[in-house]
Write a protein that binds this ligand. Structure first.
Ligand code: ZN
Length: 159
């Protein structure tokens, strides 16, 4: 690896760190969603993260609105915030594909994914892979998304 690419990679990591901090301090789409059609709760007992994800699916089965509420560590809140931003406007099946892509990225050793979904700034969560104990914090909201989209009634737990 050249010196230049190491530097660029550091800069990228700094950018991602800032993005995570920003989303954890100022979560987007935070609060109950009036008129939500789907919702699911996610609990990560290891860390104490607890959140509820709300979705409003329109007549064409697209995510028209998304929000979340709850409490948790910076990673879990930032991940949920990024999730709501990313999922709005997606058809139900693409929301599921995004869930698959993101959880695969976070739970595998490489950034290779079996799906081909553009995850944009969700890449900021990649750094979490270096901290296995925090992976469940990052995937919590995504499991809630999966559950909400499929309209499971039971709360999801990472344990
Ligand atoms: Zn956590």
């Amino acid at each position: 690896m050249s010196v230049a690419s190491i530097k660029n990679s550091d800069e990228l990591q700094d950018l991602y760190r800032e993005l995570i901090l920003d989303h954890s301090r100022n979560p987007r789409n935070f609060g109950k969603l009036p008129g939500a059609t789907n919702s699911a709760e996610g609990i990560n007992p290891l860390c104490g993260d607890k959140l509820r994800l709300y979705l409003l699916l329109d007549d064409e089965d697209q995510v028209a609105e998304a929000s979340f509420e709850g409490t948790g560590c910076a990673i879990s809140v930032a991940s949920a915030s990024l999730l709501t931003e990313s999922v709005i406007g997606l058809p139900r099946n693409e929301a599921l594909a995004l869930f698959k892509t993101v959880t695969e990225r976070l739970t595998r050793d490489s950034s290779e994914s079996t799906t081909h979904v553009d995850i944009g700034k969700i890449r900021a969560l990649d750094g979490v892979r270096e901290f296995p104990a925090r992976v469940k914090c990052a995937t919590l909201a995504w499991h809630a998304l999966h559950s909400a989209v499929l309209e499971h009634a039971k709360p999801v737990s990472t344990e």
